[in-house]
Design a protein around this ligand. Structure first.
Ligand code: KIV
Ligand code: ZN
Length: 514
């Protein structure tokens, strides 16, 4: 893909799930999870992947470099402040990509200028110097005036012109605090296209935050005004109320192409899978009524709607579930289903398995089918989300667990936990059965990792529903996550915690000096 396109209807999709999304407090992803999400983004047709902020940490640098090496099709972008060290570090990370991009930014609004202590002229010089430096390193340079929507019009035009003259190939207009509204978002792009010399030579991008719930509308208004790159994240992940959601802008353009005659290269049938995966690895579940990817987005519960749907799906559905890769959530499998049926069903849900992985999933499927009569698509997705990407059986393995809970405390847990093949019997008390279980694990496997997140979700309806549990832990700045699903919430919690500890063991081995 080249930065410029002759097709005026083509809108580039710039995904920043791994940078702005990951910046959301608590959404930290592990190195392997970042690589996996980047591969999914590349496969689904995202044009530019903002893979991270290389100067921020060694971990960010390593992830951006590795993503750059592996990318097949997408441009790989690294973020940097307006500082030579940042820009050079970003280049060191993205230079491995077939199509690298440096993205550099500075806050241009009055309050950001006050923070930096620069006046308008001083900042203009910094912009010129830093964009020139970036352009000397890389042909593809994006520049952002942070808080553009609260920057004075004349000054915004002036600095955008300077950045273009210094070699920026994309100018991004961030609505950093989610303050703008659709008409204004469009007017800013229009003004820049009209007033800035050279504006027709570059691509304008729109980068919106959702503080007032207008991020999607603001992004699309900017496109109507001439922007040709939308910056967005999967599930709208991002700081505070999040960023523009990729699935929303892409599907809005697809469904209402009559009034938004634009084109993206996104394979929309991959939306549901990546949405689920980002929700799992970030630990940020998707709200039930979220547009496009929420659990209820295609559910028709009221009698009138169901009747209409049966007569003609178009009565109430403006898009088909299969357009986003969602297959009907129906009763699918039971304890008599065989391995071939499981493989076919999982393929249908977007999971292609090798023989060994299928063997493992089949065992766990049978265990589940023994306990749960009805196995729905969502149950299988939960089974897969705990099977992908992390060691299924590591150093630690739960053999058995018994808890005592109820109104009379103290609650207690008694377990057999094998470590490196040796079974340990342990018991502990705690403030509730989950706390007791975690205390028992800590007793037999002492560690200093801090629990950052513990989250439980019911996969389907009913009291026999599986619970998926996500756990995130931190040790010496290293983040690991663990997931598990089980019809018993405490067992799922124990397994998720153990899964995170197994990942921690792998992580320690990888980072230990040779
Ligand atoms: O919201 C923002 O201003 C940003 C910039 C770094 C582009 O994320
Ligand atoms: Zn942002």
């Amino acid at each position: 893909m080249s930065n410029m396109t002759t097709d005026k209807s083509r809108v580039l999709i710039f995904d920043t799930t791994l940078r702005d999304g990951e910046q959301s407090p608590g959404a930290t992803m592990t190195h392997d999870e970042k690589l996996e999400i980047a591969e999914m983004l590349d496969n689904m047709g995202v044009d530019i992947i903002e893979a991270g902020f290389p100067i921020a940490s060694e971990g960010d640098f390593a992830a951006v470099s590795e993503i750059a090496k592996r990318a097949k099709r997408a441009v790989i972008c690294g973020l940097s402040r307006a500082k030579p060290g940042d820009i050079e570090r970003a280049w060191e990370a993205v230079k491995h990509a077939n199509l690298p991009r440096i993205h550099t930014f500075i806050g241009t609004s009055p309050s950001h200028r006050a923070i930096t202590g620069m006046d308008m002229d001083e900042m203009a010089d910094v912009i010129h110097d830093t964009v020139s430096l970036a352009r000397n390193l890389c042909d593809n340079v994006q520049w952002s005036p942070m808080d553009a929507t609260r920057t004075e019009d004349d000054y915004l035009c002036r600095v955008v012109e300077i950045a273009i003259q210094a070699g920026a190939t994309t100018i991004n207009i961030p609505d950093t605090v989610g303050y703008t509204a659709p008409a204004e978002s469009g007017d800013i792009i229009k003004m820049l296209l009209e007033r800035v010399p050279g504006a027709d030579e570059i691509i304008f991008a729109t980068h919106c935050h959702n503080d007032l719930g207008m991020a999607t509308a603001n992004a699309l208004a900017a496109v109507d005004a001439g922007a040709r790159q939308i910056e967005c994240t999967i599930n709208g992940l991002g700081e505070r109320a999040g960023n523009t959601a990729l699935e929303e802008v892409v599907m809005a353009i697809k469904v209402r192409n009559d009034i938004m005659p634009y084109r993206t290269e996104i394979d929309t049938t991959q939306i549901m899978n990546i949405s689920r995966r980002v929700a799992t690895v970030s630990g940020f579940p998707v709200q039930y009524n979220k547009a496009i990817v929420g659990k209820n987005a295609f559910a028709h519960e009221s009698g009138i709607h169901q009747d209409g749907m049966l007569k003609n799906a178009e009565t109430f559905e403006i898009m088909r579930p299969e357009d986003i890769g969602l297959r009907e959530t129906s009763l699918v499998m039971g304890k008599h289903s065989g391995r071939a049926a499981l493989r076919a069903k999982l393929e249908n849900l977007g999971f292609t398995l090798g023989d060994n992985q299928l063997k493992d999933v089949f065992v766990r499927f049978k265990e589940l089918a023994d306990r749960k009569k009805e196995i729905f698509d969502d149950d299988l997705v939960a089974l897969m989300s705990t099977a992908t990407g992390s060691p299924l059986e590591g150093e630690l393995k739960l053999e058995s667990l018994r808890v005592v809970c109820g109104t009379e405390g103290p609650q207690s847990a008694e377990m057999e936990l094998s470590i490196g093949g040796k079974t340990n019997n342990v018991s502990a008390t705690g403030d509730g059965p989950v706390d007791a279980t975690f205390n028992a694990i800590k007793k037999v496997f002492p560690h200093a990792a801090r629990l950052q997140l513990y989250q439980v979700h019911a996969v389907t309806e009913g009291t026999d529903a599986q619970a998926t549990v996500s756990v995130r832990m931190e040790e010496n700045g290293k983040i690991v996550t663990g997931q598990s699903a089980d019809t018993d919430t405490v067992v799922a919690s124990a397994k998720a915690y153990i899964n995170a500890l197994n990942n921690l063991v792998v992580r320690r081995e990888k980072t230990a000096p040779a």
